[in-house]
Design a protein around this ligand. Sequence first.
Ligand code: NAD
Ligand code: 89Y
Length: 337
Amino acid sequence: MRGALIGCGFFAVNQLHAWADIDDVAIVALCDRDPARLALVGEQFGIAARYTDAEAMFAAQALDFVDIATTPPSHRYLVEQAARHRVPVVCQKPFAPSMEDARAMVDAAEAAGIALMVHENFRWQTPILAVRDVLASGSIGRPFWGRISFRSGYDVFSGQPYLATGARFIIEDLGIHILDVARCLLGDATRLTARTQRINPAIRGEDVATMLLDHADGAVSVVDCSYASRLAREPFPETFIEIDGTEGSLRLTQDYRLGVTGSDGTSEQDVSPPLLPWASRPWHNIQESVLNIQRHWVRTLRARTTPDTSGRDNLKTLALVHAAYESAASGAAVQLG
Ligand code: NAD
Ligand code: 89Y
């Protein structure tokens, strides 16, 4: 499969390493409007076909897919361009700055008959896959309560300086992942209530968010995230999960320990992600999920099936993000359609 990547920034390097690990897939062209970034990443990965303009790349290259790794303001324009060229597309999260843009992107892909997957990778982390397996086994029964929690004091601004300058920060950047994990584990939400705080005075947006979700089948969850939490042992980028079910409970705790209590008693296992050769701690958990989601994309593209985090599916995750900001602003609960 011949792929191209647009946006050779901070995170795209992980995506390029992961593509290189997948058999029969080659990234044959790169695009970035910044010539210095384009040259640096092109040299690192030995990719000679380089473009500063995506239209020129689509016109010149025969592609089986394109991977969009730019920040959200360019996502709609680039996804619609890919759709015009009938090239299947993977697009980084956050899918779009507005629901209107996101719906237009889904419509454009469906009208062109191309696959569209959002690179929503946290649900593909090895420890979270282990939690999904426990739920699927039925050993804790029907989940009725959950907490999905990501609290850290890690300096994300050094690698991603734009995160400090936007009016919105943690829900849009990080909360989106754990809201997606909540959906994936406990099903779609019907109502959301949120509170936000800004603790770090050096940034513009909120860096703490606390959300309460009502799920369609009756479960309730607390989804909370913080980049203002100074902890005894920095857990970045681990997501902690607590789920209580009718027959037992599970707890995913620090250092990737998964405890499960069911009718057979309690067990605990290490569900650490592997350290891939190109990965580095503490990012290796996120980095391995990039490989997992990209493998999923290749499988679904070959089989002509719909990826789990398709553009249409991701509208529901993005709706939770927008509902959270709306609820935090009004103080009221937001009903989800
Ligand atoms: P970045 O700013 O480092 O890189 C973006 C690159 O895109 C830049 O080199 C920029 O020049 C280029 N670009 C922007 N608009 C372009 C256009 N129209 N045409 C060509 N090139 C263009 O950003 P980043 O930190 O790498 O983040 C990129 C995306 O990845 C963001 O949406 C971010 O939220 C996401 N991200 C995801 C994860 C994850 O785990 N899924 C982790 C980190 C970042
Ligand atoms: O951009 C964010 C993401 O998607 O995962 C972690 C991150 O890099 C910083 O919050």
